[in-house]
Design a protein around this ligand. Structure first.
Ligand SMILES: *Cc1c(COP(=O)(O)O)cnc(C)c1O
Length: 224
């Protein structure tokens, strides 16, 4: 028997309470989101701006909306006013654009830098070498309206658990290095967003602080 309530309760039982669950509600209806909301869930993740906007408009205002999918620069202005965290900042240009819009709207926007860690060719993210470049540059100092809370990654879509573990481990290492080298005096740089329905247990062992869970809570997605 499938039930959103049972699924979330099962999941909560198996993980440490300090780890945040981002309920990935893409393609799911507002009714399904409300069902989970009524189980106490307040953090929801969407990967498409259009869908995020309409759900934000129609659903309770105490929901924390996280954007987890690729963000085009021309859509930045639509999300800056209300989004709680953007997991998917994948270029310096996008980061600059978010800062610019945030400044206009008198906001500080929380961001994670998405790092490319997988073998899959379609996934967005910073190559590690460009991350280093960004961190070394003066740019970060100048961006006063974005706050970088940590790193995000998506592992290769594979059954090979050793490979997934290796990718997460490398990202955790990069996270530690980045923290030590560039955010040593920041209390804010502390989030590592890794782990989805298929690999969250591996991710947690490697130090995840935020897991992004869709199908395990809501059931398989149907794309029409
Ligand atoms: C869809 C999606 C998820 C959740 O995937 P599930 O396998 O359904 O848990 C997590 N992260 C991102 C970036 C996604 O696009």
């Amino acid at each position: 028997m499938f039930s959103i309530q049972q699924n979330i309760e099962e999941l909560r039982k198996t993980i440490d309470g300090n780890i945040k669950i981002i309920a990935v509600s893409k393609t799911k209806s507002e009714q399904e989101i409300m069902e989970l909301y009524n189980c106490g869930q307040r953090i929801f993740g969407e990967n498409k701006v259009q869908e995020l906007l309409s759900k934000y408009k129609n659903l309770p205002k105490d929901i924390e909306w996280h954007l987890i999918g690729h963000l085009q620069t021309n859509k930045v202005k639509d999300v800056v006013s209300f989004v709680s965290l953007i997991h998917s900042v994948d270029s310096p240009k996008l980061l600059g654009e978010i800062d610019k819009e945030a400044k206009k709207q008198n906001k500080i926007v929380n961001c994670l830098l998405q790092i490319y860690i997988s073998d899959d060719e379609t996934k967005y993210g910073f190559e590690k070498i460009f991350l280093e470049e960004l961190l070394k540059s003066e740019m970060l100092e100048e961006l006063k309206n974005v706050k970088i809370l940590g790193l995000m990654g998506i592992a290769t879509n594979t059954d090979d658990e050793q490979q997934i573990k290796k990718e997460f481990k490398q990202l955790k290492l990069l996270f530690e290095q980045t923290k030590n080298n560039y955010f040593a005096h920041s209390e804010e740089f502390k989030e590592l967003s890794i782990g989805m329905s298929g690999d969250y247990k591996i991710a947690i062992k490697q130090g995840s602080t935020m897991i992004r869970i869709g199908s395990l809570i809501f059931g398989e997605r149907n794309y029409f």
